[in-house]
Design a protein around this ligand. Structure first.
Ligand code: P6P
Length: 341
């Protein structure tokens, strides 16, 4: 029956476009190009274990000071080419590139959108077959159409995002995105080569039993974080504790699990990382947008809503507390009651 047929990513994108009466279809086309790039990268990742030419490191350290994986470079190239081919994107800020990527061909200069992206987040997990992800964040440019894109086009607060999402290359490959009308998930069906809608309107549980943090940094955490973690680990039947610790070391995988089951992901600042590790533009803002659209919450642990932080640098880092609303609020309570030493 027609009404029970699975809807593909492109069909849902077009459907949601109708909610924007003045939409010219550009954002829809852009999201479709992202879906295409995701299929290409997914195909390569699925064979990574077999194609020794694509796993391992390249002889380069990126602007983050992280050794680049071959698949980091590959994913960056695939998404950059697909986005430039869309003719709608005038530039990209990528985790893999020190400076913004300016598309200065005539068609792209007329583009209305800019993209912030982490082409392959958690890529150090590739060689051990752990889930990794691509994260993207879409803004309308603020510089005049026809001019070359500038840094200011990317230094917009997260509340200005027109869309955001991630692809998780896991036991199945999913694309999860929002345009501000809720968070929707699609599962890739390789038999037809399409992302098929599997989670129409994702709502994250208000509370949860999972906390995700790298406890190897425990001694470097602020006292508020330490006391929150101890609270999570104490037994208290009334509040359903102790909670469960789950940490994959891949933001997209940890966030996706917590989004579905309920939970909190924390990457606090430490003495050695005074602004935390995660990047505002292409990790924290898109994840925060998706979390809020699913009823969750995202702050820096100090009462600042991630989406309202004014960026000052395209690779700026901020601490991240994201997930179930009651859990983020509880962690924030410990941070307020135990101000930094
Ligand atoms: P750590 C991967 O490098 C990443 O950016 C996120 O995907 C992940 O959650 C985090 O860093 C892991 O960092 O310091 O715990 O290894």
């Amino acid at each position: 029956m027609a009404n029970s047929r699975i809807l593909t990513l492109n069909e849902v994108i077009i459907q949601k476009q109708s909610a924007f009466p003045y939409a010219k279809g550009e954002l829809s086309r852009l999201l479709m190009h992202i879906g295409l790039a995701a299929k290409i990268v997914n195909n390569k990742i699925n064979k990574a274990g077999l194609e020794t030419s694509i796993i391992g490191e390249v002889d380069n350290v990126n602007v983050q000071g992280e050794v680049q994986q071959k698949l980091d470079v590959y994913a960056d190239e695939v998404f950059s080419k697909a986005l430039q081919a869309s003719g709608i994107v005038c530039g990209i800020a990528s985790e893999e590139c020190d400076e913004i990527i300016v598309f200065d061909d005539e068609m792209s200069k007329e583009g209305s959108y800019v993209i912030c992206m982490d082409p392959l987040d958690g890529s150090s997990n590739i060689d051990v077959n752990v889930s990794v992800g691509t994260i993207f964040s879409i803004y309308r440019r603020i510089s005049p159409v026809g001019d070359k894109v500038t840094n200011e086009d990317f230094l917009q607060p997260g509340i200005k995002q027109v869309a955001a999402g991630y692809i998780i290359y896991g036991s199945s490959t999913m694309l999860v995105y929002t345009t501000g009308l809720g968070t929707t998930g699609f599962t890739y069906d390789p038999s037809i080569g399409e992302f098929c809608m599997s989670h129409y309107y994702m709502v994250t549980p208000k509370n949860g039993q999972i906390y995700s943090i790298n406890e190897g940094n425990y001694v470097k955490f602020a006292s508020g974080v330490k006391k929150y973690l101890k609270w999570c680990q104490e037994s208290d039947k009334d509040t359903g504790r102790p909670l469960t610790s789950r940490y994959i070391g891949s933001l997209v995988a940890d966030f996706h699990r917590n989004l579905l089951k309920g939970g909190i992901y924390l990457y606090p600042k430490t003495a050695s990382a005074p602004n935390g590790k995660l990047r505002l533009l292409y990790e924290c803002n898109p994840i925060a947008f998706l979390a809020e659209q699913a009823g969750g919450m995202a702050t820096d642990g100090y009462g600042n809503r991630i989406l309202e932080i004014q960026p000052t640098n395209i690779h700026q880092r901020v601490p991240l507390f994201v997930g179930s609303k009651d859990m983020v609020e509880k962690a924030e309570e410990f941070m307020r009651e135990n101000p930094d030493d």
